[in-house]
Design a binder for this molecule. Structure first.
Ligand code: SF4
Length: 329
């Protein structure tokens, strides 16, 4: 059976792009793979961001990320869900890979160049970020990695690191492949300017108050060619129609498609129909989040159990690595 690994950024600020693009994919893989689906809240990676130089903030973000993913359907009874810093083998394997990875390969990473282009002083952790990511994946000998297309270059480096290790020390690691969530990865932002992203400030939060979501939807752009209420629209050029496909019943979406094209519906009413679908979809997630927040021990308990399960896989792999490279005499 394949084994999947994915890192979850420690943030509770999950937007619907994350939900449809990543979390739903995690849930689906979890239903297929059970405990062979391994999800890790990557708090060690977060340390490369100076914003994480705050003990309470990082701890609460790790907690929130776990809580939101659980509320959104990730079941820690079904999959392995844990925090990276709870399994010390991640650091150990990352160091071993660091000693084997040329600096030039790391400096070529596009994300490294992007993140450091405006920094006066570059923390070396930023350079090593993809090495730690390789260790995260290979520590579990995972062969399947649900990631965004923006991580493809890091995954290629992971394969290169696995190949190099296997060449020098004998066949040990698989060469993991990416699986991308279909169209859901490209949820457009509420401003209609490309992909939804926190850095662009164009998000709808999964846990966001409905009044706040409505205030954003009310002013969201629609088909630019539909100037007057009597103008027929083209729903395929409209952000709101895209959201209908994510949130509304297929019957409602079909009516919107027809009525928009013959000017039978106004954009405000169309947005109100959408809001009904948004509330119906997000209410159960927000309710579960409230319940989990009221009983934090459930979240902490899930992370503790997840760490034990992850370590049961990681420890023998790490022992195999130590023996192969000569750290066990
Ligand atoms: Fe978009 Fe709906 Fe207005 Fe058509 S009616 S342009 S789909 S908001």
């Amino acid at each position: 059976m394949p084994r999947a690994f994915s890192g979850i950024q420690p943030t509770g600020d999950i937007h619907i792009g994350n939900y449809f693009g990543a979390i739903q994919n995690y849930v689906k893989l979890g239903q297929q793979l059970g405990k062979q689906a391994i999800y890790c809240v990557v708090d060690l990676h977060a340390l490369t961001n100076p914003a994480a130089y705050d003990r309470d903030l990082l701890a609460s973000r790790t907690f929130e990320a776990t809580l939101v993913n659980m509320a959104a359907g990730l079941d820690p009874e079904q999959v392995i869900l844990f925090a990276q810093s709870d399994v010390r083998e991640h650091n150990e394997l990352a160091w071993i890979f660091t000693t084997q990875t040329p600096v030039g390969e790391l400096e070529r990473m596009t994300q490294y160049k992007d993140k450091t282009s405006k920094l006066e002083s570059v923390p070396s952790g930023l350079l090593m970020y993809p090495v730690l990511m390789a260790a995260d994946i290979l520590l579990y000998k995972a062969d399947t990695v649900p990631v965004g297309e923006d991580q493809e270059q890091h995954l290629e480096l992971t394969r290169e690191i696995a190949r190099r290790f296997n060449y020098h020390f004998g066949d040990t690691f698989p060469e993991p492949q990416a699986v991308h969530a279909e169209d859901a990865l490209r949820v457009p932002g509420i401003d209609g300017q490309g992909k939804m992203s926190k850095s662009k400030g164009n998000t709808l939060g999964v846990l966001e108050d409905f009044a706040s979501i409505w205030s954003k939807l009310k002013v969201a752009p629609t088909d630019p060619a539909r100037i007057r209420r009597t103008d027929p629209g083209d729903p395929h050029h409209c952000l709101i129609y895209h959201y209908h496909k994510l949130f509304s019943d297929p019957g409602v979406t079909a009516v919107v498609e027809v009525e928009c094209a013959r000017a039978g519906i106004g954009c405000v009413d169309c947005k109100k129909f959408l809001m009904t679908g948004v509330e119906r979809s997000l209410t159960p997630i927000q309710d579960r989040a409230r319940v989990l927040r009221a009983d934090a021990d459930v979240v902490h308990g899930a992370l503790e159990r997840g760490a034990r399960e992850a370590q049961a896989i990681a420890a023998p792999v790490m022992q195999e690595v130590r023996e192969k490279i000569g750290l066990v005499r």
